[in-house]
Design a protein. Sequence first.
Length: 290
Amino acid sequence: MNAIEKTYILSGSSASKLGVLDLIIGCLYKHECYAYEIHTFDDNDVERFFFRVEFRYVGGGEFAEESLRSQFGDRAEAFDAVWDLRDSSTPDKVVILVSKYDHCLQDILHRHSIGALNIDIPAIISNHPDLERLAQWYNIPYFHLPITADTKPQQEAEIWSIIQKVDADLVVLARYMQVLSDDMCKKLHGRAINIHHSLLPGFKGAKPYHQAYEKGVKLVGATAHYVSKDLDEGPIITQGVEPVDHTYTPDRLVAKGRDTERLALAKAIKMHVERRCFLNGNKTIVFPGH
């Protein structure tokens, strides 16, 4: 493939009906598009067909994107389809929420800087001032919005205002140590990702890794999931796990856990912005990527 050729992603879900593959492949064929990566899944439980097709235009002249959108949309109505067509080079705008822990933020900013994540970061928001220098190093606007029990509604209103102002596609909670309100969770449904140690629900509350040490755990890990009003119980996107043994002190468990958190969160962001994740009730459909 020529390096300058544009590629696109057609993704979504439809009713499980005869003809849905013709809807997808037929429309692409008529518009001289070559599908080089195709993933599908039919969920019999809910009778929904999930699809993701990566393709490029191989015809002569200019790609008739609006014609494809129009014809696909007209036919898709009969299949109760919810779909999205996106130029795969277009970066998602990602707002990052963080508190004092910097390991996940550091990792995201580094991956972004080397082009490993196809994202723009128009804002970093924190309830503490500690990580402002890190944001300045990467030349990203940093918003310090302190919070107390009394000021939580006002603080969340400011967060929401920033999210809207920058037209964010995704919000990432990179160890943001505050619980979002039910109202905020509702506003961010399907476009907010959180990370936590996968020791939950076994070790809740303060110092989970110290609790794990006292129990002599043999595995530590992390779970990246979509935010929901049920704390740390949203639909799971990615999980990571690493073996440990009796030689691991609480500090070493924390260090191992942080490594796993970084990787799990980065994978989840990549899967989401590449349109590989689909909400399916309390679960997710996640098509594999590179």
